[in-house]
Design a protein around this ligand. Structure first.
Ligand code: PXL
Length: 289
């Protein structure tokens, strides 16, 4: 690529209050040495886990960004999409990819659809069908366990054997992506642990990184996870090192936050640990499955 600093198109909303979406994608990718091109899908006063917020839908602006950036001949080293609000926005992201796609590029789709076995209430069920289409274009997808089942059109099951999980990862990769990473998997025999598991179709290898469970919820950790995976793979980290980097960062951020009396809705105190992204991974904890 000809870009002196790699360019990443980031297609997400901007939520003023709360460390989610562009509020985490931009600082993480900047710290990791990338130039971000935000394509905001909507502007909110706060993310949607607050009881009340203002919301400006930018769907009609999105094709204008595509046209203007095309006029500027921008070549993206990465395209990364997250939370999308409507089937039309998914179709526009598809158009974005078709417009800017080239062979030396990383396309990352975080198929944000739901959690804890349920589709997010704000999303129409048609989004699942649309998202199945979008992931065909991706090199990397990062569904959580709920999203994996929704995309595979299978009933949600919170505990899976490694063999069942592996076969579902392979099934997901058959729809297009070379790398499938499933997050928020619960360890059947140890309630204090959760893990992420990944499959790389071109090498046929499966990886697992476990982490200690903390009894709390911070919005935006999924966006932080996928932003770090995107940056790590773009900077040439191997898949298991990328997984370690993302899991360790979130663990460190959660530990930096958990000890305070704090409004969890603002997300982890990411600024306290952001600089660690510039350093090599400290402890490798990945396992080959
Ligand atoms: O992925 C987190 C996120 C992103 N965008 C919006 C959200 C949330 C989580 O609640 O509400 C608008």
């Amino acid at each position: 690529m000809r870009n002196r600093v790699k360019k990443v198109a980031a297609i997400h909303d901007l939520s003023g209050c709360g460390r989610v979406s562009l509020n985490v994608v931009i600082p993480i990718l900047s710290t990791m040495g990338f130039q971000t091109f935000p394509l905001p899908t909507a502007v909110l006063s706060s993310h949607t886990q607050y009881p009340d917020f203002s919301f400006l839908d930018l769907t009609d602006q999105m094709p204008l960004f595509i046209q203007q950036w095309k006029n500027l001949d921008i070549e993206f080293d990465g395209i990364y999409s997250g939370y999308l609000g409507s089937p039309r926005q998914v179709a526009i992201v598809e158009e974005f990819i078709q417009t800017f796609q080239h062979s030396e590029q990383l396309i990352v789709v975080d198929p944000v659809l739901g959690d804890n076995g349920n589709l997010y209430p704000a999303l129409h069920s048609d989004m699942v069908t649309q998202m199945r289409r979008l992931i065909k274009y991706a090199d990397v997808i990062t569904p959580n366990l709920t999203e994996m089942f929704l995309l595979l059109d299978k009933p949600f099951c919170p505990y899976l054997s490694i063999e069942e999980l592996k076969s579902n990862l392979v099934l997901m990769s058959e729809s297009g992506p070379d790398i499938v990473i499933v997050t928020s998997v619960l360890e059947k025999d140890d309630p204090k642990k959760t893990y992420v598991v990944a499959y790389n179709k071109s090498t046929g290898r499966f990886w697992k990184v476990s982490t200690n469970y903390l009894p709390t919820h911070y919005p935006g950790t999924g966006d932080i996870f996928t932003s770090i995976i995107t940056g790590a793979l773009l900077q040439g980290d191997s898949l298991p090192i990328a997984l370690d980097r993302a899991v360790q960062f979130i663990q460190m951020g959660m530990r930096a936050t958990f000890g305070y009396e704090y409004d969890n809705r603002e997300g982890i105190l990411m600024e306290r640990v952001l600089k660690s992204l510039d350093a090599p991974v400290q402890i490798n904890s990945y396992e080959l499955l």
